[in-house]
Design a protein around this ligand. Sequence first.
Ligand code: IPE
Ligand code: IPE
Ligand code: MG
Length: 254
Amino acid sequence: MTVVPQLKQQILPQHVAIIMDGNGRWAEQQGKPRVWGHKKGVEAVRRSVSFCRELGIRSLTLFAFSSENWRRPEEEVSTLMQLFLLVLQKEVKALHKNNIRLKIIGDLSAFSDKLVQSIKKAEALTAANNAMTLNIAANYGGRWDIVAASQQLATRVQQGEIQPAEINEALFAKQVQMAEQPELDLLIRTGGDLRISNFLLWQAAYAELWFTETLWPDFDQQVFSEAIAAFINRERRFGCTGAQIRELAAENKG
Ligand code: IPE
Ligand code: IPE
Ligand code: MG
């Protein structure tokens, strides 16, 4: 499906993140094991990446595995890891061909050497691509991100590079994941639950939130377009009044 042309003319989000939830329930509804849902979920990932690439969205960040997902049954965790490795090896060529840079965000220290090597290889291959960045959050937690940033800043203080009083929001923002990318504009969650589940806590400060009952394997261009259309119709005020925002918009137009 080609992207609705009207969408392209609007002010689009530059950075979209998605909590891809509902794979297990999708599979259960079909009387299949949960892992079947994860496998079908890969197709929704592919659709979402090409949708964003076509629209011209700069960054897409997908929550694939949270720092809490290790609590799941061993069999599900190991299938997810195998799937991750397989998809990484299989899809990276297509990403590269489409000029997409791949980044994995999360604590890689928990992954097998084989997986880490595969990640590094895929990132290196696509490092110079500049049409879009696809961030895959794996063993990611919003709190982990903030703690890791704090540790880096603490090290810099210890080494005498900066003073504690110099730590401010701007400096902190440079230490969290995806610091070099556009700010998060839109955060989508599929699967009907209304929570963040320890995803991008720092980065979501002023993101617009959009939730859908659609389970992740059913997520397609149609539903994604609904989210984008909702975003376009929102008034983002960033603490200002509506009148101030409309005045600014009029100035920019004139
Ligand atoms: C999201 O789907 C994928 C991962 C967390 C890896 P779930 O597996 O959480 O599916 P539900 O929420 O149980 O349906
Ligand atoms: C969030 O989904 C994590 C991912 C989509 C990878 P979960 O299914 O793990 O979230 P909770 O446990 O319902 O909050
Ligand atoms: Mg879930």
